[in-house]
Design a protein around this ligand. Structure first.
Ligand SMILES: Cc1ncc(COP(=O)(O)O)c(C=O)c1O
Length: 392
């Protein structure tokens, strides 16, 4: 008898739905190996490289032997640099409340592990970043889906929450702005949701990984409206450091000791080299470059949204930020997954089917990431146009 066959893996692993985009990626890889020019608009990662100053600071950290464990909260200079960065926008967070983590992913997991008991329900917008349910399940929580619509930018509203939330819903997760929509929570709604969580004694975790990549003015950080909730940040997107695995969690005072204790036990500390290097992110030249890139993303958004609309895609919400357009291709297909697979095969343009972000919305939704230069986006639109014309 083979003993291995009797070992049962955890239920939570068996219930993870597949990423449908992986089929698009698989076809793209085969085509690329044959020399086909693939335009990658499926990945949630900018085409920009990490800032040069940060790269040289990492080399320097290695040369200086900064390769040991750091303080479990993260190094003091980096926590101070993040606090100073917030202070420039009028938000005062003491460095003691900043916990460095392994990307926003580590921060989300940590915040949920600190706040969620087995069986507790976490309110979460549908559509959502597909890893969020996994973080909730990993700590024994259960997802309470909030069915959002495009007229509220696929973000929950206070009325929605008041209607939906029950006593088992101990936690609310928001993304501001969100993936896959790029939509922020409008200021008044955000303030009222923060107040609602405070007054009803619910934990609130706001993922602000894309907050610095906002194009619309006046979309404040949730920290403007309170200091009794968790806020997630990351070096991945704004600073183009996805592979460095560094992010942070702003921790409310009431959960500080517990969060630090758990972070130490779960992770010891994030990479010492990445932490040393990341201090250079706040150098004025790096911040200037990051802002230039943000402006570039806005140019891309504008051309892509109008190009997609011209081709018949319904872009219900013009994204406030990040680098995604969530579009309904209902005029072109009722099965975005089949559409994406046929499109990659015939044109080399890779998109992500919307089913990876929502199993509830009609299957005609898809996500397009503008993580390529304008000329490549123009080329992608041209290829899609030819593809659509050839079909008729
Ligand atoms: C909304 C959202 N949160 C968190 C993450 C994870 O980011 P990190 O690379 O910082 O772990 C992503 C990555 O795409 C994301 O889109």
């Amino acid at each position: 008898m083979n003993g291995n066959n009797q070992r049962k893996l955890a239920q939570r692993v068996q219930e993870i739905p597949p990423f449908h985009v992986m089929e698009v990626v698989r076809v793209a890889q085969i085509l690329a190996a044959r020399g086909v020019d693939i335009i990658h608009l499926e990945v949630g990662e900018p085409d920009f490289s990490s800032p040069e100053l940060v790269v040289s600071a990492a080399k320097d950290a290695l040369d200086r032997g900064q390769t040991r464990y750091t303080d479990a909260r993260g190094t003091a200079p980096l926590r101070q640099a993040i606090a100073d960065w917030y202070a420039k926008t009028g938000i005062y967070v003491p460095p003691e409340r900043i916990q460095l983590t392994q990307g926003a992913s580590g921060a989300l997991l940590l915040a949920l592990a600190v706040t969620t008991n087995p069986g507790d329900q976490v309110l979460l917008a549908d559509p959502s970043y597909p890893c969020n349910p996994r973080f909730i399940e990993a700590v024994g929580g259960r997802v309470h889906w909030l069915e959002t619509e495009f007229d509220t930018g696929f973000q929950p509203t206070l009325a929605h929450l008041a209607r939906e939330a029950g006593p088992s819903d101990t936690n609310l997760m928001l993304a501001h702005p969100a993936n896959p929509t790029g939509m922020a929570v409008p200021p008044d709604a955000l303030r009222s949701i923060v107040d609602w969580c405070n007054s009803s004694g619910r934990h609130l975790v706001v993922d602000e990984i894309y907050h610095s990549l906002m194009f619309k003015l006046g979309q404040n950080s949730s920290l403007t409206y309170g200091d009794q909730h968790f806020v997630v940040g990351s070096f991945s997107k704004y600073f183009n450091m996805t592979g460095w695995r560094l992010g942070w969690l702003v921790v409310p005072e009431y959960a500080l000791a517990a969060t630090q204790k758990l972070a130490q036990h779960l992770f010891i500390c994030p990479s010492s080299i990445a932490q040393s290097a990341a201090v250079a992110c706040f150098d004025s030249s790096v911040l200037e470059e990051a802002e230039t890139r943000r402006s570039e993303l806005k140019v891309r958004r504008d051309m892509l949204v109008s190009g997609l609309q011209r081709l018949g895609f319904k872009v219900a919400c013009v994204p406030d930020g990040a680098f995604y357009v969530f579009a309904d291709a209902v005029a072109l297909t009722d099965d975005a997954q089949a559409f994406c697979i046929d499109l990659i095969k015939k044109t080399g343009v890779a998109l992500t089917p919307g089913i990876d972000f929502s199993s509830r919305l009609p299957a005609s939704w898809l996500r397009i990431a503008y993580t390529q230069p304008v000329t490549r986006l123009e080329e992608a639109l041209l290829r899609i146009e030819r593809y659509l014309n050839d079909r008729v």
